[in-house]
Design a protein around this ligand. Sequence first.
Ligand code: HEM
Length: 512
Amino acid sequence: MWLLILLYALLAIVLLIVGLITYARWNFGTLEKQGFTVVKPDHFLLGSAALTFEKPGGLLDIELMKKYGPVFGLYEGREPQIFICDADLIKKITVKDSDHFDSKRALDFGDPVFNELLDFQPLEKWRIMRSMFMPTVNSSLRLRNSNPAMNAAIADYISDIKDKIAKSGKNKVEKYALNENIYATVTEIIARSQFSISIGKSDFSNRIVQIIKTLMTPPGAEDSSLAIYTYAFPFVKKFLPNTMINPEPLKEFVSIIKQLMNERRKQGRQMEENKNFVDFCIEWYDNLDDPEWKKNNITESTIWNFGLIAFMAGQDQISLILPVMMLYVSENPELEKKLHDEIDKVFSKTNGKIEHETLFDFPLVTSCIYEASRLYPFFFRNERVCTKDWEDKERGIQIKKGQVVQISIWGTSRNPEYFEDPEEFKAERFLAKNKDKINPYAYTSFGSGPRNCIGKKYAMEMMLLLVVQLMREFRFVRRSDTELKFIPAGPFFGMHEPIYFDVVSRNEKNEE
Ligand code: HEM
C-alpha cells in the first residue's frame, strides 16, 4: 500500500517536472520556423534570459548583432523575441506598418501608480494619455517659458562648482562625479521649470533626488538569481519581492504632487500661456468625470503617474549622455577648442543671455550631444508588440501576433552599414552638411514613429543649456580613474559607475 502511494507520489513529481519543463520550453523553436537566425540558448529552461544579467544589454546587443547579423531572434525565458538592428525594418515596424506593432508589453510593476506608465497602456488609453501629456513638454511656448527657470537652476549649479573650486585651494574640484551632479541638477531644472519649486541645492544626496533615484532601485533587485527564473515561469513573480520598482518612495512622491496641487489651487492657477505642470495636473483632475476618460480608466493614479514621468524626466539618460560627451571632448583638444569658440561667439553676441531661440546657434554642441547619445543612449531597446500577424516576404520572415520585437538602439547605432567607424566619436556626422547621409531610422536613441519619445525637445533644451553654460565656465579634465564602466542590470537600461573628472575654471587656464 505504502509502496503504491510512494509510486504515485513519484509519478506525480515526475509529471510535474516534465510539465514545468514543457511549459518553460513551449515556444522554443518557433522563431526558427518563422525564418529567423536564433541566438543559441545558453540554458535549457531560460534560453538566453540570463545574458542581460551577466552583461549590460546594449553591449550584448552589439555583440549579438556582430555574430548573428542585424536581424535575429532569442528566447528570453519562454518568450520569443525578435531583435532588429536594420534601419529599413525599423521604419517598417515603427512607422509604415505601425498598426501591426502598436503596443508594448503590459508590464506589471506591482504598484497601481507605476502601472499607469504611458508606454505600457492599451492602445486607446495610450492615445488619450499621450495627447494629455504632450503639451506639457513638447510645445515651443512651454520650452520658451521654461527657459528662465532652467537658466536660473544652471546658474546656481555653476556658482556651486565655482565655490567648490574656490574652497579647494588647488583651483580645481578633484574627483568630481559629473554624472551624479548632473542627475541632481536635471532634477532641480525640472522642479523649477515644471513645478515652480526648488528642491534646494543640486546635490545627489538631496531627499527628492534620492526618492527619484531609489524608485528604480527596488530592494528585491539586489538578488537577481531567483528573479531570472520568472522568465521561464512568469507566475512565480507573485511570490517574489518586487524587482521592478520601490513602492515606498513612490508614496512620498505622490503626496508631494498632491501638496503642490493644493497650494496651486489656493494661490490661483496660472494664465494659459504661463501654466506649468501643476496647472495641467489640476486641469486633468477636474476632468476625471469625462466619459471617454472613465471608459478608458484614466484615474487619479494616471495623474500621479504623469507627475512621476514629469519629475523623472531624463535624469538617467542625460546624466549618462553629457558625461560621455565630456569623456570624448576631454581627449580631443581640437574638438574642445572648436566647441569653446562656438560657445564664446554666441555668448559674446547675446551678452551671455541664452534663450530658447539662441540654442539653434550651437550646431557643433548639438552634434556632440547627438553623437554621445548615439554611442551611449541609456535605454537598450525600443520595444513593440506585434498586434496582427506580419510578414516581410523580401527577407523571408514572419512575426506572429503577441510576439515581442526589440529594436536594438545600441545595435542599430553601431551598425557599420549606417555609421562609418561606428565605435568612434565623430560629431561632424550630425552637422547639417552631413546629416543627409544618416538614415533617420538608424539613430533611434529617442525612438521612432507614433510611440517615439515625447520629451526629446525638452531633453535637448536641458542638455544644450547645460553644456553651453558649463563649457563656457569650466573644463572637464580626465583623471587616471576616469572610466565608463557599465553594471549589468537587466534588460532595460545601462546603469554605470560614477564618471569622475577634475573640474578646472576656463579662466584659470586662459590666464596661465
Ligand atoms: C536624453 C533624454 C531622453 C532620452 C534618450 C529618451 C529616450 C526615450 C526612448 C528611447 C523612448 C522609447 C521610444 C520608442 O519606443 O520609440 C522614450 C519614450 C518616452 N519618453 Fe523619453 N527620453 C528622454 C527624455 C525624456 C523626457 C525629458 C521626457 C518627459 C518629459 C520623456 C518622456 C517619454 C515618454 C512619456 C515616453 C513614452 C512615449 C510613448 O510610449 O508614447 N523622455 N524616450
